[in-house]
Design a binder for this molecule. Structure first.
Ligand SMILES: Cc1cc2nc3c(=O)[nH]c(=O)nc-3n(C[C@H](O)[C@H](O)[C@H](O)COP(=O)(O)O)c2cc1C
Length: 219
């Protein structure tokens, strides 16, 4: 890669923002398909590619998913335990189902992924403290989730390069089962996140901490 290339890449990475307001124009299937295809080139554990994607443009189905997420969010906000963080909870509750206005949504799913190490560790875990300790570490950042996240990141960049505005949504997990049912996916497919997408109707700004604050070299 020459210097121009890295500048172009930097421009793409830094100009991508999460978009929460969209124009109502339809998103062409070919663009969604291309973005998912590029996402599948993301690094992933053992190149197992245990991910799958469901693209939805049917507004009724998107609305049903949003309603399910809003219902879960409303229920949580109503619990007495939410009182301690009332303002934050209210703000969250107000912002959980804006994706109902998205012209398209892509569900990112994983299937049950076990690396060979997991197979050994799981077989030995009962009654062996070293195996169970290592399995505990692996569970803090499951490979399948890391892989799906790499795909989601790649997809967001691809969509941005296409002039689309997207957002990664973890909050729909509050209604995971409901969404899996609405999308009619087989039992082995487990929802990780939704990517809501459309042509952007806002240009939000965001900053980042300076790299010196988050990076430490160890010699
Ligand atoms: C794992 C993950 C989950 C997220 N979940 C949500 C969400 O549920 N709702 C939401 O509005 N934004 C969500 N976002 C978007 C973040 O709020 C956003 O990426 C962050 O504020 C930085 O803004 P930027 O993407 O415009 O740089 C999520 C982002 C990531 C990476």
């Amino acid at each position: 890669m020459d210097e121009m290339d890295i500048e172009a890449l930097e421009g793409l990475i830094k100009s991508r923002r999460s978009i929460r307001k969209w124009r109502q124009d339809e998103v062409p299937n070919e663009l969604l398909k291309k973005a998912v295809e590029l996402a599948t080139w993301a690094p992933n554990g053992g190149n197992y590619q245990g991910w799958s994607f469901v693209a939805v443009k049917n507004r009724e189905i998107i609305r049903k998913m949003a309603d399910a997420v809003q219902a879960a969010s409303d229920m949580i906000a109503f619990w007495p335990e939410a009182k301690s963080w009332e303002e934050d909870v209210k703000r969250y509750q107000k912002n959980t189902s804006f994706f109902r206005n998205a012209p398209a949504c892509i569900g990112v799913f994983i299937s049950d992924y076990r690396s060979v190490m997991d197979k050994v560790l799981l077989a030995r875990e009962p009654g062996d403290s070293a195996a169970s300790r290592i399995m505990g570490f692996r569970r803090t950042a499951p490979t399948a989730i890391q892989s799906a996240s790499a795909a989601a990141t790649t997809m967001l960049l691809a969509l941005h390069q296409m002039g689309l505005g997207a957002i990664w949504l973890a909050s729909p997990l509050m209604a995971k089962r409901e969404i899996e049912t609405i999308l009619n996916v087989p039992a082995e497919m487990s929802l990780v996140c939704l990517i809501a997408v459309g042509y952007p109707d806002e240009s939000p700004q965001k900053d980042r901490k300076p790299v010196e604050q988050v990076l430490k070299f160890v010699y």
